[in-house]
Design a protein around this ligand. Structure first.
Ligand code: PEP
Ligand code: MN
Length: 337
């Protein structure tokens, strides 16, 4: 159920509503907007008492059921777009963001060179994998904590916040200590214990879509983050597996308007895993921006053919800086900055 409070009520009036919701057997999740406070009351409506009694309270404006299986991520719970604060930036606001960097952190010189170049070209957030989910156990698995330390160093030098993948519950505290955003990868998108551990760090979460995940399943995976008291969630489309072989994955851009209809959370597009082909990345970015994505996540490498992972899809430093220039008119046309 959604309980909307009247504007300008006191803290005490809000607390008394929260206690009543708990007394009736529901777990309240408070979402404070500029004008109104909305409370998502989560619980089994078949076994708990109805919340409609709250309608008689003078500080309560309305009480509505949420019809969808996902509750807190749904537009019904929060009609305005939400945004996620990442250090000095807000993702999901008017300003468009580009997250860029190598698939894997390989060395200090590779990371610093990439970080400086992408920052100069206009990227606002630095990506880089330190723990890599590789299909084969014989492939490069990432530098681990050493990679996280290099990312933190790159943040210090460029001022860009960092995003990196959290692969295991055991690493949640360690990765959260270094990273500004925790990426949950496609292979772990329905690893619910990992989602809970990530949510509990309180850090912003970027949740990739699993490669054969339906949109409803993805939204429900996101619900694990919000229902564990972490409102800082972004959905990231990175392509799904289809019969097509010209691309590594089929980047499903239809999720942009769908997630925008169904949810208030920001949408990020990853055209790198989404196509597997560096020659397609710029075009996919233009499409994503035009369709209303809030940010892009792009793999960039100083020498893609020598990359230790995902060489075919990483763009060079020069291609990246041209890409940023080429998407500018699309950013403006989409009403973003
Ligand atoms: C990545 O971003 O490098 C990655 C492994 O992504 P995904 O989980 O989408 O495959
Ligand atoms: Mn990759």
């Amino acid at each position: 159920m959604i309980v909307v409070l009247k504007p300008n009520i006191s803290k005490e009036q809000e607390s008394s509503v929260l206690s009543e919701i708990e007394k009736l057997g529901y777990k309240p999740h408070v979402m404070r907007g500029v004008e109104r406070t909305v409370i998502g009351a989560i619980g089994d409506e078949r076994t708990h008492k109805t919340l409609e009694s709250l309608l008689t309270w003078k500080q309560v404006e309305s009480v509505m059921p949420i019809q969808k299986r996902y509750k807190l991520v749904s537009r019904e719970a929060h009609t305005k777009d939400s945004y996620v604060k990442v250090r000095q930036h807000f993702i999901g606001n008017k300003k468009f963001h580009v997250m860029a960097g190598p698939c894997s952190v390989e060395s200090e010189s590779q990371l610093m060179k990439t970080a400086e170049a992408v920052s100069k070209a206009g990227a606002t957030i630095l990506r880089g994998g330190a723990f890599k989910p590789r299909t084969s156990p014989y492939e490069f698995q990432g530098l681990g904590e050493k990679g996280l330390k290099l990312l933190a160093k790159a943040r210090e030098e460029t001022g860009m916040p960092i995003i990196t993948e959290l692969l295991s519950e055991n690493h949640a505290d360690m990765v959260a200590e270094y990273s500004d955003i925790l990426q949950i990868g496609a292979r772990n998108a329905q690893n619910f214990q990992l989602l809970i551990a990530a949510a509990k760090t309180g850090k912003p979460i970027l949740l990739k879509r699993g490669m054969s995940m339906r949109i409803e399943e993805w939204l429900l995976a996101g619900e694990y983050v919000l229902s564990n008291n972490n409102p800082n969630l972004m959905f990231c489309e990175r392509g799904i597996r289809t019969f097509e072989t010209y691309t590594r994955n089929t980047l499903d851009l239809s999720v942009i308007p769908i997630i925008k209809q169904e949810s208030h959370c920001p949408v990020v597009i990853d055209p790198s895993q989404g196509s597997g082909r560096s020659d397609l990345v710029t075009a996919m970015c233009k499409g994503a921006v035009a369709m209303g994505a809030d940010a892009l996540l792009i793999e960039v490498h100083p020498n893609p053919i020598e990359a230790w992972s995902d060489g075919t899809q990483q763009v060079s430093l020069d291609t990246f800086s041209r890409l940023v220039e080429e998407i500018r008119p699309f950013v403006e046309a989409a009403g973003r900055e």
